[in-house]
Design a protein around this ligand. Structure first.
Ligand code: FAD
Length: 466
């Protein structure tokens, strides 16, 4: 007989892609099984977005003491208790993953703990602690995510050479940390450790940090990193390593010249690889591209029309909100709705100091697309609220169509850029014009006035610019 259980929708992976897809499919009346081999919440909740932001907040709090005396608040430098910091951070993670579990239950999603692989194009097998389970599905959604990429010269050992996962779990502060890879994960964690008191060096292979981000935004972050005492190396490649007396010696080639750096820990953040291996995708007729990603159409459908793929395992930026959006679209497509991916305005945030947040087109992209571009810019240095919080670095830049005034892109480096970009995303999604932004009364004194003034500046009407 057939031992496979019948299910309408099988979701593989319980990260921000998979759990959101499962909930949306259940809301739309589907019977859903979600298979997760590790912890609900995936990378984002367990070893990504959430724990990193908790660590960054703790580091900002510690760094805040340095400025407190300016405000007449004299206090001794804080003493760091790393195990306690870990306990606090883990408590936040547990609260959120517990919430995901409750939401899945309340929506009637069956959660199976185990590792899934394809048997055929309509069956999966799940290896659970109590044996194999089999499911025959009408539709499947693959949301298996990604994992840190290793460097052959610096393979992870969990002790000296760490991925972001282990770096987030350290119970002792490294005295010296070498970060290989100046992308957003390396910069976020490097900044946090520097603020907690670690001597940090960041080495990036490209000619600048944060490749792909406007260098004008990055410049302000670099200035702050140097102020924190972080050493920044560019055009630098890790060549080899040796462990000596419990410390790591890394041979770097910086602009053609070899040099050695010794550190307690090396954090390698050179990218992430999709988890396409181990799923036996070929049995479902699916073939990842040469980098391991699963190609999909505008609704997330793979080469097999009954199998969808979402999140880090597919093309596009590896971001939690991108995974969730794709999850909602795939679930709606399965329920027969005509939802489509439209990622023209996918916000991206980098939680450096100050934060960088971007959304929509850059000026160069807008010109390439043939727009008669108009731009406006406004600095945080003349925003009252920014100054009252001691955070006057950075600016907001708006790119608009010169003919219609329609906002095409917003680029912010500065305090709370991560939250401010929400208004920008809404403006772009709604086809708002510069006028819509600067005729809207923004509350005073708030950071949101920077968006209003940048829009006004593009129309030559900023009040607080000389
Ligand atoms: P994942 O979150 O990777 O989840 C996939 C899940 O599938 C995992 O739980 C895995 O165990 C499970 N799985 C895999 N294979 C199988 C199998 N065969 N059977 C069963 N289960 C399986 N993004 C942001 O938007 N903002 C941030 O601030 C941010 N910060 C980050 C910080 C760090 C340090 C890192 C590493 C990432 C960060 N990200 C951030 C990226 C974000 O975490 C990912 O984009 C997001 O988690 C992708 O979601 P996903 O659902 O595609 O995959």
């Amino acid at each position: 007989g057939d031992i496979a259980q019948e299910v309408q929708v099988a979701v593989i992976g319980g990260g921000p892609g998979g759990y959101v897809a499962a909930i949306r499919a259940a809301q739309l009346g589907k019977e859903v099984v979600l298979v997760e081999k590790a912890d609900l919440g995936g990378v984002c909740l367990n070893v990504g977005c959430i724990p990193s932001k908790a660590l960054i907040h703790a580091a900002n709090t510690a760094a805040g003491f340095a400025h407190a005396s300016e405000m007449g608040l004299h206090t001794a430098a804080p003493e760091l208790d790393m195990p306690k910091l870990q306990t606090w951070k883990n408590g936040i993670v547990q609260k959120l993953t517990g919430g995901v579990s409750t939401l899945l239950k309340q929506n009637g999603v069956t959660v199976t703990k185990g590792s899934a692989l394809f048997m055929t194009d309509d069956r999966i097998a799940v290896e659970t602690a109590s044996g194999m389970e089999y499911y025959r599905f009408d539709q499947a959604i693959i949301a298996a995510g990604s994992r840190p990429l290793q460097l052959p010269s610096l393979p992870f050992d969990g002790e000296h050479i760490l991925s972001s996962t282990e770096a987030l779990q350290l119970t002792e502060l490294p005295r010296e940390l070498l970060v290989i890879g100046g992308g957003y994960i390396g910069l976020e964690l490097g900044t946090a450790f520097a603020k907690l008191g670690t001597r940090v060096t960041i080495a990036e292979m490209a000619s600048d940090l944060l490749p792909g981000i406007d260098p004008a935004l990055v410049r302000i972050v670099k200035k702050n990193l140097r102020r924190l005492g972080v050493t920044l190396l560019t055009e630098t490649e890790a060549r080899a390593h040796a462990i000596e007396n419990g410390r790591v010696q890394v041979t770097l080639r910086e602009k053609g010249a070899d040099k050695t750096i010794t550190a307690d820990k090396v954090l390698v953040t050179v990218g992430r690889r999709p988890n396409t291996e181990g799923l036996d995708l070929d049995r479902a007729g699916l073939h990842p591209d040469e980098k391991g990603f699963l190609p999909t159409d505008g609704q997330g459908r793979t080469a097999n029309p009954n199998i969808f793929a979402i999140g880090d395992i597919t093309h596009g930026p590896m971001l939690a909100h991108k995974a969730s959006k794709e999850g909602i679209i795939a679930a709606e497509a399965i329920a027969g709705l005509n939802s489509q991916k439209d990622m023209a305005c996918l916000p991206a945030v980098i939680f450096t100091d100050p934060e960088i947040a971007v959304c929509g087109l850059t000026e160069a992209e807008a010109r390439e697309q043939g727009y008669a571009v108009k731009t406006g810019q406004f600095p945080f240095a003349v925003n009252g609220r920014a100054l009252t919080t001691g955070a006057g670095d950075g600016y907001c830049r708006i790119v608009a169509d010169g003919d219609s005034g329609v906002v095409l892109g917003v680029h912010i480096v500065g305090p709370e850029a991560s939250s401010l970009i929400g208004e920008a995303a809404l403006a772009i999604e709604m086809g708002a014009t510069l006028e819509d932004l600067h005729l809207t009364v923004h509350p005073h004194p708030t950071l949101t006035e920077v968006l209003m003034e940048a829009a006004a500046d593009a129309d030559g009407a900023a009040i607080h610019l000389a």
